[in-house]
Design a protein around this ligand. Structure first.
Ligand code: FMN
Length: 390
């Protein structure tokens, strides 16, 4: 039996979230380490709950809150983000905390009303507004489109805690709560996966938010997923700085699918060229790699090479699925390369190239080979490619 207790993060500030140990599909994102939904409780003259958990973990959150106080005594419930993994237990907690005021941004109110159709006692806050809860003051900063229009963060000045909601989060289920309790590489990799799959389209807004938050004195970043940052704050801020400015490495990601391996043979030759030119390569067959894991590699790669054979006048559905996902996540300043094998009409290569152009990428001359590549065709292709890449 897992013990359901509140965990103190500073005096009178507690983590009261839920651990989703076995979730592996989070709206299409492969969460191989599970996740947590982090809610926080602040005990002062006014008792404040920050965010909630997915609806099916409500009982767990309630038990943790009850470990500290009677949930009916909550005065304020702050909703930093409307998405259901953080708002899903609002209906239940608002029913118990009958005197509570629900504090949210203007778009938060709109979003919550459109989700729950409840006429809760709302208090609408904007950037710079301060809520006094006794000895402590909570300041709100709106962070629109990081990653929904309603997003805001809450800063607890006296304890120097930033309740950052989805920013700086990672999908990791663990009983460890702090960033110095698990290997940093694991946490940063999951933070990179989270950024690549959720936050990537909003680099400009992240930059703006980092600018505003840079002025705050922060000792703890209390995220809404995964580990709480207290020992490695400069490391995660540094990574967010890199990711949000589309900084890339000397790295090429080669993504493809194949029916009879001809496209894979071309992919191997492309890999040889990048390796020869000193690039780090990630070689990712779409049959065996989840698109969310591919994005974790794409985020730091300069070259994105995508291959598909022609199937019934089209690219393969798996490749189209990846390219649709890539286009939505919109990494910038990349160079694309389309390649593939075909039998007679060969439309897939042009289609892949068009997708890459639609992503806004510069593209190299595509590579198309009929049926099974011959050694001299591959050699010729390699020589040409070598001259084309930086
Ligand atoms: C079901 C099927 C449909 C195909 N449709 C086309 C097509 O419409 N146009 C074309 O040029 N080649 C077509 N081909 C031929 C393949 O593109 C060709 O065999 C290619 O070499 C396969 O590459 P791969 O080994 O990477 O799968 C088709 C092959 C299969 C098996």
């Amino acid at each position: 039996m897992i013990s359901i207790k509140a965990i103190q993060i500073k005096e009178n500030v507690y983590w009261v979230g839920g651990i989703d140990w076995n979730i592996r599909n989070f709206h299409g994102y492969l969460t191989q380490r599970g996740s947590t939904y982090n809610a926080y409780l602040i005990i002062d003259e006014k008792i404040t709950l920050i965010d909630t958990v997915k609806h099916y973990l409500f009982d767990e959150m309630l038990e943790r809150i009850s470990d500290v106080i009677d949930p009916a005594d909550i005065d304020y419930v702050i909703s930093n983000h409307v998405e259901q993994d953080h708002s899903g237990s609002l209906p239940e907690i608002m029913e118990i905390a009958t005197k509570a005021t629900l504090v949210t941004s203007p778009n938060g109110e709109k979003g919550l009303k459109a989700h729950f159709r409840e006429d809760w006692n709302y208090r609408i806050v904007k950037s710079g507004d301060v809520l006094n809860i006794g000895k402590r003051n909570l300041t709100f900063v709106q962070t629109p489109m990081v990653h929904w229009p309603d997003n805001m963060v809450t800063y607890l000045e006296e304890d120097k805690i930033l309740f950052s909601n989805d920013a700086f989060g990672q999908h990791i289920a663990s009983t460890e709560r702090f960033d110095d309790e698990l290997p940093l590489g694991v946490i940063l990799e999951e933070a990179r996966k989270y950024y690549a799959n959720i936050v990537l389209p909003y680099g400009g807004q992240v930059q703006k938010a980092l600018g505003t938050l840079g002025g705050l004195d922060v000792e703890v970043i209390a995220t809404s997923h995964g580990l709480i940052w207290r020992s490695n704050i400069p490391a995660i801020l540094n990574e967010y700085q890199k990711w949000s400015t589309n900084a890339t490495e000397k790295k090429a990601v080669i993504v493809y699918d194949t029916m009879w391996n001809a496209t894979e043979i071309i992919a191997e030759s492309i890999s040889d060229v990048f390796e020869k030119k000193g690039y780090n390569v990630r070689f990712m067959d779409l049959k065996n790699n989840h698109i969310s894991d591919i994005m974790t590699e794409v985020i730091t790669a300069k070259y994105i090479c995508v291959g598909s054979p022609t199937l019934n006048n089209n690219l393969m559905p798996s490749v189209a699925s990846f390219l649709t996902y890539l286009k939505g996540l919109a990494p910038k300043d990349r160079i694309g390369l389309a390649f593939g094998s075909y039998g007679w009409s060969g439309q897939s290569i042009g289609q892949v190239e068009q997708y890459l152009k639609d992503c806004g990428f510069e593209t190299l001359e595509n590579i198309r080979i009929q049926y099974i590549p011959e050694e001299d065709q591959l050699e010729e292709m390699k020589e040409k490619l070598e001259g084309n890449i930086l």
